[in-house]
Design a protein around this ligand. Sequence first.
Ligand code: GLC
Length: 476
Amino acid sequence: MRIAMAASEAAPYIKTGGLGDVLQALPRALADLPENDVALFLPYYKKIKDNPAIRAEFLASFTVNLTWRQQYVGLFRCETGRKNLQVYLIDNEYYFLREGTYGFYDDGERFAYFSKAVLACMNWLDFRPEILHCHDWQTALIPVYLDAEFRGCFPDTRTVFTIHNVEYQGKIAPEFFNDVLGLDDYWRGVCSFDGCVNFMKAAVTRANVVTTVSETYASELRYPYYAHGLSGILASRGQNLRGITNGIDVSVYDPATDKALAKNFTEQTFADKQINKRALQKELGLGQTDAPILAMVTRLVGHKGIDILCFIIRRLLERDLQLVIVGTGDAKYEHALMAVAADYPGKFSMNLRFDSGLASRVYAGSDIYLMPSRSEPCGLSQLIAMHYGTVPVVNATGGLKDTVPPFNPETGEGRGYTFQSYNGDDFLGAIDRALGDYFNNRAAWDALARKDMREDFSWRVPAAKYMEMYRGMLAE
Ligand code: GLC
């Protein structure tokens, strides 16, 4: 099957969050199936141009129009080392040769341009995919431009739109429709919502199938609490709104080979996790005690549960444990957490930075991973934590509910500790249950951590589910 993917980020080229991880692993997993031909399209950002490790070959240049603008498109191809995976970079220095990836006043125009350019590039390449799979708002106009302007070139192409983050929809003032999009008036309704141009709403309406990154989140998105205004439109897609739970790239996140660790380990050499714990305590200035290390690697924003963490944090730190947090985010949380950390030297290590090596050492050296997100489309760090033998405590929402079934000490079933309603006391209650088993039932605890390490969180299963869905779409 010929499959095109378009996204605003994909590791190792460019990554700001989980989307980048997914767009690294999913195209590879699909290209591992010999019957597939996969092409991934990305903007050629400055950060990619500046990276000497990435070599791109120039293929062609042409222009696309956005109303009166005639914009340059440079098409480049990267060496992937895989026969049936091509990575294409779309060059336009006016839009992409900037410091940073998102957050510019003209992001709407930048990604409307990108969406149109992807179609123009596929046409130049004579790559006519059966499935064109777009991710998040930045590529949400692709199904629109496909139907409005490129159908003649791609008569049989079916589209999938995947929501990784419904909070960012690409909402822009209504003038944008005439100013930039250059589409017939018919499309104004499709691209508008609540008096604004709304990229994501357009894709939710026009893509053949809409997916999101876990099954539970696919049902949650039908409710206003989760959908940031789009619940009605999402619910109206019925069976064409589906959930497929993400995996992790187990060749990237592998405690047996991860070069950042003090000592590599596997489920069989689980005792070596202790060496990583001691090394982490040393690195972060924590006491060399046997108290469990509780950890979070997260953006410091409300929906990640930092608000309820702040509510309980001093009570939490009265217990026999150590706490490690790595991440940056809203100033109010950064300040609050730094202030608490100053009161608990040697017990609470607060690291206001993102560093992937440190993140790996935290996953490897900790005992308990906290993920109290208010909502979570999938969440990848709980999967990485489990893969590194660190037991999660999560709010049972979205992908956290699907990937962390509650542990039952009687039967040994489950993977971690969960709470059901979003408040600090329930979160603390779940942590206390985990601490109870850690201190009083150590054999069962270690068995749980080792079982979590054995679980298959690879992309094998989700890639097969995407293939099944694609095949179903082509058969319709
Ligand atoms: C977004 C979501 C996260 C998900 C990731 C990859 O970052 O917030 O839950 O795991 O996308 O799909």
